[in-house]
Design a binder for this molecule. Structure first.
Ligand SMILES: [Zn+2]
Length: 194
């Protein structure tokens, strides 16, 4: 398993990605997505629509600068308390939306981003079929202490079909999947072998 592959990029508060910026393409609702995964997103959404579901692509790519602005505005609101602000808006470089590989998907008639979204037919279909299109539910309810992010039944992340199927079958989150593999950092022995 090559964890350095672009679609397995792990981003969280302990794995910041700095000013990482993928090549983007504009998808529906004026959102942008990594050009390498945009076909998969289009197929995922088309699959749901074929079931008669009212898909709303609420948010996809958000750049470093936008996250930086949102974060520091929140810090200011909380009198300079970065720790409190970071529980509401992730610091720049630590939001998965900067990868261009995740999408917030809600129901057009139920756009509320809270746990109750899980009761919609839309979520139930997306959750059951996401892996067939290479996506995972990134922040499950039972993994909040590992991901560090609250349950988000709208946030789907592209990881490729093979990894998505494995993660779903094993009931993992991305942090747990990555931890299954030893570091892929080059070792001194690799260097010696040329
Ligand atoms: Zn999201």
């Amino acid at each position: 398993m090559d964890l350095s592959s672009w679609e397995l990029l792990l981003v969280n508060q302990t794995h910041p990605i700095g000013q990482y910026a993928p090549e983007l393409v504009t998808v529906e609702n004026n959102q942008q997505f990594d050009v390498r995964a945009s076909d998969a997103l289009a197929e995922f959404i088309a699959g749901a629509r074929a079931e008669g579901l009212s898909v709303f692509l609420s948010s996809a790519y958000r750049g470093y600068d936008e996250q930086n602005y949102l974060y520091w505005r929140k810090v200011e609101q909380y009198g300079g308390d970065e720790a409190v602000a970071a529980t509401i808006v992730l610091p720049p470089g630590t939001s998965e939306h900067q990868t261009g590989l995740c999408a917030d998907i809600t129901d057009m008639y139920y756009p509320t981003k809270d746990a109750s979204l899980e009761n919609t037919a839309l979520f139930q279909w997306m959750n059951a079929h996401c892996a067939e299109y290479g996506f995972i539910l990134r922040y499950p309810a039972d993994k909040q202490d590992i991901t560090g992010v609250m349950y988000e039944p709208w946030h789907f992340r592209y990881v490729g079909k093979e990894v998505a199927a494995f993660i779903q079958e094993q009931g993992l989150c991305l942090e747990e999947f990555v931890a299954l593999y030893p570091s892929t950092e080059p070792t001194a022995a690799d260097d010696a072998a040329g």
